[in-house]
Ligand binder design. Structure first.
Ligand SMILES: Nc1nc2c(c(=O)[nH]1)N[C@H]1C(S)=C(S)[C@@H](COP(=O)(O)OP(=O)(O)OC[C@H]3O[C@@H](n4cnc5c(=O)[nH]c(N)nc54)[C@H](O)[C@@H]3O)O[C@H]1N2
Ligand SMILES: Nc1nc2c(c(=O)[nH]1)N[C@H]1C(S)=C(S)[C@@H](COP(=O)(O)OP(=O)(O)OC[C@H]3O[C@@H](n4cnc5c(=O)[nH]c(N)nc54)[C@H](O)[C@@H]3O)O[C@H]1N2
Ligand SMILES: [Mo]
Length: 691
């Protein structure tokens, strides 16, 4: 679209950060040069604004050649010193291909590890590199194990899918929305700004912390972390006792209720209140409100990141099944709307699993350190769309393992990060403003174009082009390594059958798929062995798990420990934006927030430096005292960069990498810590870190 005088031009694109919103963006160009990246006023989700973090980053560091990686870099020092020289793409690609060939010959493809996640979630840059790794036969570090795998596994047992949630547009018809273990004020800021307040129904938030989302809700239930399954059973108890179950729905579509009924009857509201700390009256009120419906249940990702996270999700997901809050307008549950086929996207076309039919089994992120410490199991690590040094558990051990001089580490990123600092080759990736792509939101049912609005900065290239070049250098002859981005976009859209070309979609920015609000499970078919919702799961049992969800709750921390929660921060997106000057200034020093009584017991005052430690590590954090945090809990957000913090560490130095009960997934919200005043004589540089 060209504006007055022909000098200004507005292009529509979308934001590919790992965020529920997937905002529409208007890029303003003057005389062909990008002058501003703003919210698209016509976009239904963000309606003209961008969140503070994206609008800051996209108008500063993300377009700043002085901050971005411009050239491929080759290491010229021992890893610990992190010195690099610039090389051409041809040199970098040829050398990497040659070294990977040698590793293939000496140790085999499984010794090449592929670590990637959601640095960008656009389809080509997020998925097409898998063509290379499938063809190579590399060992994938199972991506979702760092984030949400326990919930996926739990929901698949019960519903046959974890990625076909309610259509958020269903909120118009809902009388109640329960937000359980998510904090959209940070993680979905525009859903928090528009979608939730405009929903006519009552909003219930279930979170141990009085987050801004909880503070604005009609009802806030504040269970102790790890007690959600007990809370779910308490709610079910009321529903069963008061005849609020949908008996017809259960008879037709649910398998195994009778196996659960007795334990639900036994879990009185008094018992649930004692386990969770939630008052009986609130359990009664929310049970009735939810059961009357129609109700939506948003299951967040934060609260399944714990040792019993799978059971927690399974227990909470009983609610829609038992009350029939499904298969009708205004009802349903949502974990992630990540079924790409629903949006017309052929994922297998993008990732080409047929190129690697005998791939080595994936390993969990929780096991990455151990594998990296073993030279017989790991000869190379290729990292893209991820900053594991800052995001993954066992931070101190991980940094040491990455200093192995015999490990060929290749890292792709937009910026020099804590992870690229330890690489042998650093490859500059182009940002979402610099190439065409598609984005499917994992919350709203939108499909958006990511439109190229400027040339790549420096010599940077999109992820998929980097791996296409590497594939060719390794003599991979399949057509997958010949197809251009334009070919792939055209094929994807043609197969999608949505009647869009890239140009037509780009002119619109985003479309709804389907156009009209959808009813979740409208056909009442569940992709489980029985075709029903499996409360009792023979598959779970065969996997060594309980056959039915359990009414259990974690024991409270003892010996002065606090349970440490480290969820999303309003001004960071995982670790992305930690290097944005204005944001770093706003964040200030790293903090830990405690309840006033917990602080007093530990002789801590606000603003003081505390040493936070456990058997895994130790970290210096500034004390914040706040009664939004319940007793026994501490809050220190994820996502800070190590390089600028005391002791060169962030909260993951305290994360031992325990696994959840399902999916070998992260249990980071089960971490416990001791917090004590920092000895006055000790300067930060002298703190000893337990490793
Ligand atoms: N303590 C604690 N730790 C956590 C969590 C927690 O709750 N607590 N949460 C976990 C969760 S949910 C997640 S998802 C993980 C996330 O952990 P990571 O996947 O490591 O996420 P980011 O830190 O955002 O890393 C993304 C990187 O990708 C880069 N990037 C952006 N765009 C591109 C691109 O187009 N190409 C390439 N090659 N790179 C790009 C960014 O610059 C950034 O360095 O962290 C986990 N870590
Ligand atoms: N601004 C911003 N947005 C983000 C991200 C970010 O880092 N910053 N990360 C993105 C990513 S990768 C993800 S996975 C999503 C995550 O976003 P969400 O799904 O919202 O999950 P979290 O932010 O990890 O945690 C949400 C809430 O869970 C609560 N919680 C922790 N333990 C428990 C528990 O035992 N029970 C209950 N009921 N609640 C508990 C925490 O107090 C927190 O407020 O956000 C995405 N969006
Ligand atoms: Mo995540």
């Amino acid at each position: 679209m060209t504006l007055e005088g022909g000098r200004d031009e507005v292009l529509l694109t979308a934001c590919p950060r790992d965020c529920y919103d997937t905002c529409g963006i208007s890029v303003i160009k003057r005389d062909g040069v990008v002058t501003a990246v703003r919210g698209n006023p016509a976009h239904p989700v963000n309606r003209g604004t961008l969140c503070g973090k994206c609008s800051t980053a996209y108008n500063r560091e993300w377009r700043d050649p002085n901050r971005r990686l411009l050239q491929p870099l080759r290491r010229v020092s021992p890893k610990i010193e992190g010195r690099f020289e610039a090389v051409s793409w041809d040199t970098a690609i040829a050398e990497i291909a040659e070294r990977l060939q040698r590793i293939l010959a000496s140790h085999g493809a499984p010794s090449i590890l592929n670590a990637h996640y959601t640095g960008t979630v656009s389809l080509l840059a997020g998925m097409a590199p898998m063509r290379f790794f499938n063809r190579l036969g590399a060992t994938e570090i199972s991506p979702d194990t760092i984030c949400n795998m326990a919930g996926h596994v739990a929901l698949r047992y019960m519903y046959g899918t974890s990625v076909d949630g309610f259509d958020p547009r269903a909120a118009e018809k809902a009388r109640c929305i329960v937000v359980w273990g998510a904090n959209p004020h940070a993680s979905a800021p525009h859903a928090h700004e528009h979608w939730l307040p405009e929903a006519p129904g009552k909003v219930v938030v279930i979170d141990p912390v009085r987050t801004p989302t909880a503070a604005r809700a009609d009802i806030h239930l504040q269970p102790f972390p790890g007690s959600d399954a007990a809370l779910a059973f308490g709610l079910l108890h009321v529903i069963q006792r008061d005849g609020l179950m949908d008996e017809d729905f259960i008879a037709a579509h649910v398998l195994g209720w009778e196996e659960l009924a007795a334990s639900v009857a036994a879990c009185s509201t008094e018992w649930a209140s004692g386990m969770t700390g939630v008052p009986v009256a609130l359990i009664e009120e929310v049970a009735r409100l939810y059961a009357r419906g129609p109700s939506l249940l948003w299951l967040g990702q934060g609260f399944q990141r714990q040792t019993n996270g799978g059971n927690v999700i399974r227990a909470c997901a009983l609610l829609p099944a038992v009350t029939g809050n499904l298969c009708k307008p205004g009802a349903g549950f949502l974990y992630l709307n990540a079924n790409l086929r629903q949006r017309g996207v052929d994922e297998a076309y993008l990732t080409a699993p047929h190129l690697g039919p005998n791939a080595a089994p994936a390993i969990s992120h929780m096991d990455l350190v151990e594998v990296l410490e073993d030279p017989s199991r790991s000869r190379s690590l290729i990292v893209w769309n991820m900053n594991p040094v800052a995001s993954c558990p066992q931070q101190a051990r991980l940094r040491r393992a990455l200093q192995r001089e015999d490990l060929l580490t290749i890292a792709l990123d937009l910026f020099p990060t804590d992870t690229t600092a330890l690489a042998d080759y650093v490859l500059p990736a182009a940002s979402f403003l610099e190439f065409d792509d598609l984005i499917a939101s994992y919350f709203h049912l939108t499909l958006s174009s990511q439109t190229k609005v400027m040339d790549p900065i420096g010599a940077s290239l999109p992820n998929q082009e980097i791996f296409r070049r590497l594939g060719r250098a390794m003599h991979f002859k399949e057509r997958e390594f010949e197809e251009t981005d334009a070919d792939m976009l055209a094929t994807l859209l043609a197969r999608g059958g949505l009647g869009e070309t890239f140009a037509s979609l780009s002119a619109k920015g985003s479309i709804w798929v389907p156009v009209e609000p959808a009813v979740q499970f409208a056909n009442r078919v569940f992709d489980t062995p029985s075709g029903r919702i499996e409360i009792a799961s023979a598959r779970a049992e065969a996997d060594g798990l309980p056959r039915i969800p359990l009414c259990q709750s974690d024991p409270r921390p003892t010996s002065g420990n606090l349970r440490l929660l480290s969820p999303a921060h309003d001004w960071l997106l995982n670790t992305s934006f930690g290097n944005v000057g204005k944001i770093a200034k706003r964040l200030g020093a790293a903090t830990i927030a405690l309840h006033p009584l917990d602080a007093a017991e530990r002789h801590l005052v606000a603003g003081q430096a505390a040493i936070v430690h456990n058997s895994c590590g130790s970290l210096e954090l500034g004390v914040v005292i706040c009664d939004d945090i319940p007793r026994g809990v501490a809050l220190a957000h994820k996502g800070r960069w190590l390089a600028t913090d005391p002791g060169h560490a962030n909260v993951n130095v305290l994360n031992a990498g325990f696994k959840s009960d399902m999916g070998e997934s992260s249990a980071v919200h089960s971490v416990e810590v001791l917090v004590q005043p920092k000895p006055i004589a000790t300067r930060s540089s002298n703190v000893t870190f337990v490793q």
